[in-house]
Design a binder for this molecule. Structure first.
Ligand SMILES: [Zn+2]
Ligand SMILES: [Zn+2]
Length: 193
């Protein structure tokens, strides 16, 4: 039997801006390869300028997710949008991604994933792998998975790129079993995670 949430579930990946198209393709491939779900890249959306906070000069992730969830489903059960803008949620200085537990739409930002470290830009392949890890983590939230205490699991919370790089492209056994059971589609009011 194939692992992963109920088969027949379709995930749409939305590039928000042309510069995120490659990342969207890579994310779709990872959703198929690691979650065994059907994934497709959907038509691009523009940069989410409506979510810009003029004080912080960052974009409100919750606001973008609300907009995505208000759109027609486009034959997809879940959507993951990819943006190059810097995202925040009110309690954090920035976030790599955001999703509502059990929700329909998640968001991934490439902005901090490609920042120079010690004066050097990370290789593009590493940035794409980080984006895929963030996307799978946020998708896990859409399937109602909460954060995991296992530091080797994709659902472990990590706030920096070093932590992301140290995480394998793997869900732990517990999270895998949760996904394989009936983890998808359960709604929760736990808010953004
Ligand atoms: Zn786990
Ligand atoms: Zn999370």
């Amino acid at each position: 039997m194939r692992p992963g949430p109920a088969r027949g579930i379709r995930v749409g990946v939305i590039p928000m801006g042309e510069e995120t198209r490659l990342a969207a393709k890579v994310i779709a491939a990872h959703v198929e390869g690691f979650m065994h779900l059907e994934a497709m890249v959907l038509d691009p959306l523009p940069r989410p300028d409506f979510a810009l906070d003029p004080q912080r000069l960052q974009y409100d992730a919750g606001c973008v997710i609300e907009d995505l969830e208000s759109r027609p489903p486009n034959r997809c059960d879940k959507v993951v949008a990819v943006t190059a803008v810097d995202l925040f949620v009110p309690v954090f200085s920035h976030v790599f991604g955001e999703a509502r537990l059990g929700g329909r739409a998640a968001l991934v930002s490439l902005h901090r994933l490609g920042e120079a470290e010690e004066g050097r830009r990370p290789p593009p392949a590493r940035v794409l792998e980080r984006a895929a890890k963030v996307a799978l983590h946020e998708l896990g939230h859409l399937f109602s998975l909460t954060h995991c205490s296992d530091p080797g699991c994709l659902m472990h919370f990590t706030g920096d790129v070093a932590g992301l790089d140290a995480t394998a492209l793997l869900f732990c056994r517990y999270c895998r079993e949760f996904l394989a059971a009936d983890g998808c589609g359960q709604r929760s009011e736990a808010g953004l995670v």
